[in-house]
Design a protein around this ligand. Sequence first.
Ligand code: GLV
Ligand code: GLV
Length: 327
Amino acid sequence: SKPKILVARAVFPEIIARLEQHFDVEANPSDTVFTKAGLIERLQGKAGAFTTGSERIDAEVLEACPDLKICANMAVGYNNFDIDAMTAAGVLATNAPDVLTETTADFGFALLMATARRITESEHYLRAGLWTKWGVDMFTGAEIHGSTLGIIGMGRIGQGIAKRGAHGFGMKVIYHNRSRLDPALEAECKARYVGKEELLKTADHVVLVVPYSAASHHTIGAAELALMKPSATLVNIARGGIVDDAALAVALREKRIAAAGLDVFEGEPVVHAALLDVPNVVLTPHIASATVPTRMAMARLASDNLIGFFEENKPLTPINPAVLATK
Ligand code: GLV
Ligand code: GLV
């Protein structure tokens, strides 16, 4: 008989149909976000899970779901997985890298531009009927072309944003990362490696694309915001928790930085109330990878990981491949 899997959130019908060719699928057409208890209940007897980032897979879940062998995340980030606990339990984790890189870099750049040029703030003004006359300094923003772009986290998405900035907008690109890129990649991105403090002090725009971990928690807090230029903008397309949202709301209200663009939030989908109260922030609901072709490619890759794992012990993008060797 076919292995039993749970598809934890509603995904495209084509994807469910494809999975049904290989698995006995429990889907979630009502798109309920499961509580931990609800998730554990639905994972009983399941050998695999198609997850999306809203399901936390930790030691408690693993212990309660002994049949589970693989969780395939439909996301490049996987901070919803306790990888050490999964490896200890012999459960494979996979993510969905690469297929979303350019789409997510596009969005990072869109959010940067919307933030620097005050696009949503001025639209709210117009919609509110407040536009009665043209004004010489109405909604003046920050330059994008020719300015200094600072990227924290120079993975594939960070590199995509660097290329857009350097090649498309003549920006000077500086970056900070755990490790330096090799010189050929640095040249391709026209990006110069700097320390975090230098980046924060000199960038006109700071974009965060670093994976979330205990080590990257609050990469940007009050101290880092204080280093930034008062004219600077900050963009977070990485994960909630990379920025201290409460400290950011204070910095925005006091104009210690000019503006921020945020696609991800601490505790999302709840957004810190103080951020909803300041005008100089662009807020989007975690949509950086949201185009139909890219979301479809992410879902297909998660499915291919499940199929590859069960049929050939060959998932495409394993995070903890050591688990495979012990099979
Ligand atoms: C989305 O946030 C992802 O990690 O793919
Ligand atoms: C994320 O890990 C990336 O691809 O930048």
